[in-house]
Design a binder for this molecule. Structure first.
Ligand code: PLP
Length: 363
């Protein structure tokens, strides 16, 4: 019997089957040029078409206005934990770092190398559930260089759906695990960034969308040119040789997103997918998720078993049913279903059916 495999990995994560198939088909001979796309110069005319499409699809899908510049770079989201303070601090010595979980906290720890970050704790409890304080209650400062926050905490499965509305503040968002998953108003942000391996493509590339005027900030520190937004801009993101494979496949994924119906389509689908899982969890006596409804992630659904001695058998059976990579991150334990755009609803349906059957038998 052939079991369909569904990959719930948090990142690198599953890519659309259609895209992988196309990559396979044209891998040895891209567009009849007689070589693979990854064997040619990033400055060649052929590769230029890929770069142009990449930028064009991103602008279109996210509705990015002209006063924003898009940069593509290496070094992952973690590279941006350094690049952001280095590029944006200017003459300031402090920045506001909103703490909502592992990744936002990691960004703050890295920023400590360059400034005195103000840690702003926004996690609270409502009816014994983890929730994030509404933005108007965030204890922000009037005189720091910028605010950094993370709208989707990939490890805990905590999301912030509210969009920022702070006057005269530079707002920076780590969208690594939620970019392209729902509609956002780009104009509410000054800089958003995302590494590709969650919802865009293979690992290797980082996308930065920033207001052009941020390039005018005078950096007082000397720092590596590959982290410098001015340098990246000047060289059109090709100061060093880009990760051409990741740029190429990411472009195909964006094209696929557009073909399926764009962000509007995926926002609805992602809501349906996550609702299926949360409803199953809430209606069961075995599974538990203790995040308040308004802050539940629709990209990373985390849950635990009320009978932890069943953890191993649960995982073993998941695997046997072709439901892969659901083990939670080691710092929170339990289980995590990462259901990015590429995960079809059939995968979530199969997971939910499995969970219901498992509870019947072992719960
Ligand atoms: C995965 C992830 C990161 C780290 O990304 P790297 O590309 O490994 O540096 C940072 N922030 C968030 C929200 C993530 O999901």
């Amino acid at each position: 019997m052939n079991t369909t495999i569904y990959n719930f990995s948090a990142g690198p994560s599953m890519l659309p089957q259609e895209v992988l198939q196309q990559v396979q088909n044209e891998f040895l001979n891209w567009n009849n040029i007689g070589t693979s796309i990854i064997e040619i110069s990033h400055r060649s005319l052929e590769f230029q078409t890929i770069v142009q499409e990449l930028e064009q699809y991103l602008r279109e899908l996210l509705d990015i206005p002209d006063q924003y510049t898009i940069l593509f770079c290496s070094g992952g989201a973690r590279g941006q934990f350094d690049a952001i303070p280095l590029n944006l601090l200017g003459n300031d010595y402090s920045a506001d770092y909103v703490n909502s979980g592992y990744w936002s906290n990691s960004a703050m720890l890295e920023a400590k190398k360059y400034c005195l970050p103000r840690k702003i704790n926004v996690i609270s409890q409502i009816e014994n559930k983890i929730s994030i304080m509404p933005m108007k209650e965030w204890n922000l400062s009037n005189n720091t260089a910028y605010i950094h926050y993370c709208p989707n905490e990939t490890i805990e499965g905590i999301a912030i759906y509210e969009e920022p509305n702070f006057d005269n503040k530079i707002i920076v968002g780590d969208f690594s695990s939620c970019i392209l998953s729902r509609k956002i108003n780009i104009q509410k942000y000054d800089l958003i960034y995302a590494s590709t391996q969650k919802n865009i493509g293979p690992s290797g590339m980082t996308v930065i969308i920033l207001k052009h005027k941020l390039l005018n900030i005078h950096n007082k520190l000397l720092f590596p040119s590959i982290l410098n937004y001015k340098t990246l801009f000047k060289y059109q993101s090709m100061f060093n040789t880009p990760v051409t494979f990741s740029w190429y496949v990411s472009g195909l994924v964006l094209k696929w997103i557009k073909k399926q119906g764009g962000i509007h389509f995926f926002e609805k689908l992602n809501f349906q997918k996550s609702k299926l899982l949360y409803d199953t969890i809430d209606h069961s006596n075995l599974y538990i998720n203790n995040i308040h409804q308004r802050n539940r992630s629709n990209m990373n659904v985390t849950f635990k078993l009320k009978k932890p001695h069943l953890n191993n058998i649960f995982l073993k059976k998941l695997n046997k049913h072709g439901l892969k990579f659901l083990k939670g991150h080691k710092i929170v334990g339990g289980f995590r279903a990462s259901i990015y755009n590429a995960m079809p609803i059939s995968g979530v349906q199969k997971l939910v059916q499995f969970m219901i059957q498992f509870e019947k038998k072992y719960g």
